[in-house]
Design a protein around this ligand. Sequence first.
Ligand code: 26W
Length: 844
Amino acid sequence: MSESTVVSNLPQLDGETAVSRSAVVPQELVDRYACGPVGFSGSADALYDRHLFHDNVVGEESVNARLQYEAVARTVRDVLSQRWVRTEQTYQRENAKRVYYLSMEFLMGRALGNNIRNLQLDSVAGEVFKSKNIDWTNILEEEPDAGLGNGGLGRLAACFLDSMATLQLPAMGYGLRYEYGIFKQSIDNGWQVERPDNWLRYNDPWEVARPDEAIEVKLNCSFHMEDGRLKVLSNEPSTLIAIPYDRPIVGYGGTTVNTLRLWAAAAPDYFDFHRFSKGEFIAALADSLAAETITRVLYPDDSTMRGEALRFFQQYLLVAASLGDLVRRFRAANDDWHAFPDKAAIQLNDTHPTLSVPELMRILLDDARLGWDEAWDITQRTLAYTNHTLLPEALEKWPLEWFEMLIPRHLEIIYEINRRFLDSVRERFPGDEARVTRMSLVEEGSTRKIRMANLAIVGSHSTNGVAAIHSELLRTKTVRDFHDMLPERFNNKTNGVTQRRWLLLCNPALSAVITDAIGDRWITDLSELRKLTPLADDAEFRSRVRGAKRGAKASFAAWLRTTQGVVVNPDTIFDSVVKRIHEYKRQLLDALRIIVLYNRLRENPDLEMQPRTFFFAGKAAPAYALAKLIIKLVNNISAVIDNDLVVRGRLKVLFLPDYRVSLAERLIPATEVSNQISTAGYEASGTGNMKFMMNGALTIGTRDGATIEMAEESGEENFFLFGLTADQVADNRGWYNPQWHYENEPETRAALDLIFSDHFSANEPGIFEPLRKTLLTGGDFYMHLADLTSYIEADQRLLKLYADPDAWTRMAILNIAGSGKFSSDRTIAEYAAEIWDAKPCPVR
Ligand code: 26W
């Protein structure tokens, strides 16, 4: 293949041509190594070969799929590397206002397919694969998912990076380079088993270490290892080093390549110098392990805030390193500190990076030597906070003593912020000391704590929820006192997902059907999908959409058979619930629905019922015993149904282990029924719901999170909504009695009795007893039983529609057509305009 093929597939930048790129290098060297310092001047084949044999110093006999993957990825990185450099050069030259997205989690998934697609290198890559006899699908499988996140919040951050690059915003993600991402889940005898996710075992071809840009982080304590555990010595100040590892974020079209900068903790070279000189050379070096421990592993909890000091250190490291880095960048181009809010917008992804408030104040007070009022004004105008959960148990509160031990200066600053803030509360609400206590940044009690959400709201100019109902509940319930006082700070930004990964990349067949019908502008403007509305009545188009869905089901079934030896029938209805396992998300409600259907078939084997396959997938926090029991229940139901001759072939339940981005990319296109069944008022937004919708699944769900807005967009008549509303849930709390449903609803009772009779646990009697407390005697906090009957009713309506393929597909098309609002491009455009005041800065 010629070099011009490769180069011409990328949009040319001004003054940049294939010739001028290669002209920089003497032709002799180009010929010998076939790679130049600017762009690349050799053919892609040659680049690939060079990486394949030279990077890992191997001969032909050692080549395997992993090495091929690495070589392909490095070749792609060569292609984008100079655009990446150029992107940063442009931002610097223009001194553009930057957006910094601070997040403890980035659930990126795989990069190779996405980068090739966004660079529009598909055809070039195809040629290389052909000429090198590479099996493309195998190669993609070699890339481990970058699983640096738990679930929705981390995946949202990843979608946002894609949208910010595509919208050409001068944006950067800051996170931590965990050596171990979210644990790998396997299932043993129905139970979840966790294994470490050693995703960096092999060289990661995407990351670029930049030790020369390391940041020193000063602490008021030091660390060392004792019996394999991290020990803290207070009042012994020390320094940690944060080393940045950059990953490219390729915008669609390949012009903008932004950066995700992940920090790894390390000990400085002079770490524990006295111990070196006292002759304890080896011991001191061994203790440098202690420093590296800080970014060793992602905390796998997304439900409860656990008081882990190491997590607090992680948060401080992220904040201190990122702010140190971005302030250095600001200072390199600006003399006047007052310009800071015009040059930087910092978004806090949940409260996890809230230490940014005192850290930025410290920088402005102690380093810049500004007065308090100026520093405070700059801090507030720069920072903005997104809340992602209404669950009180997930709201972060950190013990005051940890601040004292690690960052006493920050505590001093927080006290002063609080003093001034509470004065203003008293001024506004004289005599209302109860309110003052509620709003204080400090929670009194046996262990005093800092309330991170309060600190984030007070220290920023914007607080947003992630769907309309969620933002409303924030304002009226969760942080109502703050809204009373500072209403102008509150706003909503309904979540979205990137259609590049969640439609274009993961569902090529449906993408082609859509593009054939309305052109490809939807790839960067998802509202274009509205043009599909009239086609819902076009029989030819319906049949194409049906064909794409059928194809995706067949490929998913084939993949399950070859990779896990599981057989599912693509002629059954594919029905999915995939998300973290949590009581409020109510996977248990889905299990009860299935048991009701199962009972109907057992009672009346001649009953007509379309055959169905129910997919469950999701991880439970390792310490969340009930969530793990729910996984066990689903697996046991699955096994019992498989062995029951009456229902075999009509109902099948499958728990897919190790739910992750790359599994979602296969399952979502194949799904026909999307379950979004959280207790109304508890799911902040949901984003899986949107991915299913744009892939032509119909939603059966509650009026919660963004599902409400999805139904608004497509019309409620095209949704299967059921259950209590958030208001009804709140109003019924006082007198709700699950026992009533058990006593008065025969099918509810039969379903529960079947569980408690050990029908699904014949060899493990009694294991599901804890569910009795959850669902019956303990009050059923998430109101499963209140919604079960209406869930079944909605399900029956859905089955009736499925029996009419034309009517079903028509509705699916109307759903796709209504999904345009749920692009993260729309969400990011709103953040940029309404929170960040950030403008595109095209790379030149
Ligand atoms: C204390 C540990 C911890 C860690 C993560 C607590 C809470 C979290 C996250 C806030 C949980 C999360 O991922 N929330 C989800 O955020 C998505 C993106 O906004 C929403 O779509 C989901 O509804 C919300 O549950």
